[in-house]
Design a protein around this ligand. Structure first.
Ligand code: AMP
Length: 572
């Protein structure tokens, strides 16, 4: 039975496996490695996962969901087609799809996975990922921090020992980590990030700039119009990663608007975003007690780090050329694949040691002289401490004749105890005595798998009471069985017509985005394509799919570009 590695991303997810001495990417039913982290229902109530669901995000916003990773462990419910799901349930659909793709690729059952999460994910987020795994029929014994995985992939392509800064810039988040690689030991020294900064912010900045330059008010547009402009903005941004000039066009209420973007225009539109990129880099370096000079290389991860402007900005900040030896899209997944090899004690890589850090502070409640009803947070294991970690501290009674000492444990960085995430509590009895006379030693021990052990010993007695806190956020076996039964009732559309469904969704999206004459063309081509599908002749369907896909490419990439066919020199 194989163990697979999974990068469960905000925008895209990937699966890998350790095979023939290396980490190998697993293709999906489209023979692609990136499966969009999108889920939806089609008009017959069948569940759509990945690329097809992503295509329907604009045309069927109420029947599709994406970017739900940021809600993992928050308790937020996401509504799709009148039904409510947690982010863990939606993620389980993606995981189930990746599991199936892996089984097809490997020709054997897959029952276990190692999944990566952002280093800053707290216990709730990590438990939600484990739950998503269970709901997808996958045992998730190990969770890996994304920067550790990226560094591991980098280490496989470059054997040097040094200190790196992993710059992970995705669709909605920026995570910066300082990672040390020495011989075969990979250690995260510090992590910092901005949970609300990513490629989506560039799309919004481009969309607003486009509207302002065209005399439109972005905020006043209909939600569907905003979604279309945002989609065009994303396309414009991505094109600017490989072209020096890109024309963007949008039809609003029957009128056409256009604007030419180059990287200078983009810099003007998105200046504020660059200001925000620097802050987490400074924080991670400060936490690691390092300067830019101590960093030997910057490892780029995440789709947004492909932007030439972002790379130039980092080159200016770090005063050096930034190499891209591992693809930013696949680095994390390839690294998780290496961990699966390590886990199965594969002979090729048994010498790699992956150490991790605690991404948040763990501490207990402490008496507040100024407000006895609002205890303070007393940190015991500081964030960025290398794991496993074990720290102890003595505490004494705070009032006369106190009969027991209750220790509450939380994680977070906030000043007051109740502003942090409470993980559990433990009480020990003490003989009544004047305040401060009786006391306990509290020891917190946190291991690499996120298991927290709390030991409370009464001073002078050596009597210890212990509690293990794995997480109070996972469901019981019975609850998981119930949830599974509920989810299994959902009909998943058959995989054999993935391509047909995808082309239909894509054609419908382009129909919505296009003008009258192009629309007529799309409709007739779509009708023809579906008539071939009705014929059930597989060879003809395959041929028609290739042709229809080529036709849609032309519409997607050229029809809406007012500069199509103009050579670069023609602009000047
Ligand atoms: P990720 O979450 O790592 O998959 O990153 C997704 C983000 O990367 C989205 O905002 C995409 O628009 C953006 N992205 C993907 N490819 C490129 C590219 N070639 N140039 C610029 N941005 C990109």
């Amino acid at each position: 039975m194989a163990v697979i590695g999974i990068d469960l991303g905000t925008t895209n997810s990937l699966a890998t496996v350790w095979k023939d001495g290396k980490s190998v990417l697993i293709p999906n039913s489209f023979n692609e490695y990136l499966t969009p982290s999108a889920v939806g229902f089609d008009d017959d109530g069948e569940l759509l996962i990945g690329k097809i669901a992503k295509e329907r995000l604009i045309s069927h916003p109420n029947k599709t969901a994406a970017s739900f990773k940021c809600f993992m462990g928050t308790g937020k419910k996401i509504k799709i087609d009148g039904r409510e799901f947690s982010a863990a349930e939606l993620s389980s659909f993606i995981l189930r799809q990746l599991k199936q793709d892996a089984e097809t690729f490997l020709g054997e059952t897959v029952e276990e996975a190692i999944i990566s999460v952002p280093a800053y994910f707290n216990d709730n987020g990590r438990s939600a990922v484990k739950l998503a795994g269970e709901l997808a029929g996958l045992k998730v014994e190990r969770i890996v921090n994304e920067p550790s995985a990226a560094a591991l992939a980098y280490r496989m392509s470059d054997d040097s020992s040094d200190t790196y800064l992993v710059f992970d810039f995705g669709g909605g988040t920026l995570d910066v980590s300082v990672v040390d690689i020495f011989d075969s030991v990979i250690e995260i020294i510090a992590v910092a990030g901005d949970n609300h900064l990513g490629g989506d912010d560039f799309n919004l900045a481009i969309a607003k700039f486009f509207c302002t330059q065209n005399g439109l008010d972005f905020e006043m547009l209909e939600p569907e119009q905003r979604a279309i402009i945002l989609k065009q903005s994303e396309q414009c941004k991505i094109s600017l990663s490989s072209n020096s000039r890109v024309g963007m066009m949008a039809s609003i209420d029957g009128r056409d608007y256009s604007l030419v973007f180059d990287n200078n225009t983009l810099l003007k539109a998105a200046a504020l975003i660059f200001d925000r990129i620097k802050a987490p880099i400074v924080k991670a370096l400060n936490d690691a007690e390092m300067t830019v000079k101590d960093i030997s290389d910057v490892i780029l991860v995440g789709g947004s780090s492909r932007m030439p402007l972002v790379q130039k900005y980092l080159e200016a900040l770090f005063k050096r050329e930034i190499k891209c030896s591992v693809s930013p899209d696949t680095a994390v997944a390839l690294g998780v694949g290496v961990v699966t090899g390590v886990k199965s004690r594969n002979a090729d890589i048994k010498d790699v040691v992956l150490t991790d850090i605690c991404p948040f502070t763990l501490g207990i409640d402490n008496y507040n002289d100024e407000d006895p009803y609002r205890p303070l947070f007393f940190p015991l294991i500081e964030r960025n401490t290398t794991l496993p970690a074990s720290v102890e501290h003595d505490f004494c009674t705070s009032v006369d004749k106190q009969k027991k000492i209750t220790i509450s444990i939380a994680q977070g960085e906030k000043y007051y105890f109740d502003s942090n995430l409470k993980l559990g509590e433990i009480s020990v009895s003490v003989p009544p005595a004047p305040a401060g006379r009786e006391g306990v030693t509290v020891r917190l021990t946190y291991d690499i798998n996120g298991i927290l052990q709390v030991d409370v010993t009464r001073i002078g007695t050596n009597k210890t009471k212990s509690k293990t806190i794995i997480s109070n956020n996972t469901l019981s076996d019975e609850e998981i069985r119930k949830k599974l039964a509920e989810l299994e009732k959902l009909k998943i559309h058959p995989r054999n017509n993935d391509e047909v469904k995808y082309l239909n969704a894509r054609a419908q999206r382009l129909f919505e985005e296009s003008k009258a004459d192009t629309r007529a063309l799309i409709r007739s081509r779509l009708q023809y394509f579906n008539s071939v599908v009705e014929s059930q002749n597989l060879r003809k369907i395959r041929e028609a799919s290739v042709n229809f896909s080529k036709f849609l490419d032309i519409i997607d990439y050229t029809d809406n570009d007012p500069f199509y066919g103009i050579e670069e020199e023609d602009y000047d």
